[in-house]
Design a protein around this ligand. Sequence first.
Ligand SMILES: [Mn+2]
Length: 425
Amino acid sequence: MADELRVLHAADLHVDSPLHGLVAYEGAPVDELRSATRRAMENLVTTAIERQVHLVLIAGDLYDGDWRDYNTGLFVVARLAELNEAGIPVVLLYGNHDAASSLTKQLHLPPNTTSLPAERAATKTFEDLGVAVHGQSYATRAVLTDLAASYPQAEPNLVNIGMLHTCFTGAPGHEPYAPCTIDGLRAKGYDYWALGHVHQRRVVETDPLVVFPGNLQGRHAKETGPKGATLVTFTDGVPAEEALTLDVVRWEHTKLDLSGAGSTDECLERCQAQLSALVAATGETCALRVTLVGETEYNRMLRARPDWLRNEVRAIGLSLGGSAVWIEKVVVATSDSSQRPLTGSAGPLAEIAAVLAELQADPVAALERKDPSLDLLRDLRKDLRAAAESEDDEILGPEELGQALEDAAELLTSLLTSSVSADED
Ligand SMILES: [Mn+2]
């Protein structure tokens, strides 16, 4: 057994995943965004070779789903072949996204790569490294049993690693895929658990060490912050983990403070200064959701022309130079305390205010019962329209829907109150 054993643990590569919400506009780094999952896998391979790791583990959802064509498979084979060339073995298993039942196309993998079977838990032993890797793939998309329960006990005198694609103990609103418990994992006597499925990096437990490395590359606006893999170094059999950042496009949400801005130009100058600082700090291609905040008398103007504002912010992104910036969305959350609220007034405005309040009280229910009042707001807000048509709860959850509704209500309010003011003048 080597004195020091280095294992690179990745999961949820989702190679060739479509990037949700990718709107192409002139100058946007669309190619960089589209190829991000592939470039991140290239980083994984380069890093494995540079850090001279002994073993690479991929804990499920290597693919996003069925391949559009064989090129997805060929890309992955070519990357695994580079590791083969470098003498680095790979053990992988398939998860809910790339379960055997979901993939209609298959290719044989290079000889360094072992894919763990879906029928039963299996063990791949590397005598030269002194390592036993245990795990099981998903046979179907929805595996709801505790797979780990049938994993074998640790093999004596070896470093034992368990690989598992799992929701762990579960989270509200998520399917309970291959749930497990920390006691169940501990009972196997392994030295390290290489988990996959949860896209947020998380060290679940330190004794034994249990880690979700998170996904290798963020794929949409909910997957913010640095992404990558976990390097596990075993010294005399004792593991220590180190998070490696390997993504090529960084998703971020940023708040730009426009408090007290005295003109629309000043609003834009403030955006420019704050975005430029952020992009310099990130140092790579950014996919940004920009939220404008603060108390400004230009609140109404900012809200009234969303299309103009979005493109002004895109233009700022393009003019920053250096790293490429793609503006995913511009959210206006500014306020103006001098603005007259709708509530309290009598007549049609008060009625509209009441309808809005009802919708906002439970936006999800309003959406489900296809409340006719939503139609008006949908015409005002593209994302609200998209929410009504989308079934993908990953993209627009109750929180985002509430926000979209709030924005639409604000916009409607400002449109209505400005026209009323104009009539009064
Ligand atoms: Mn998964």
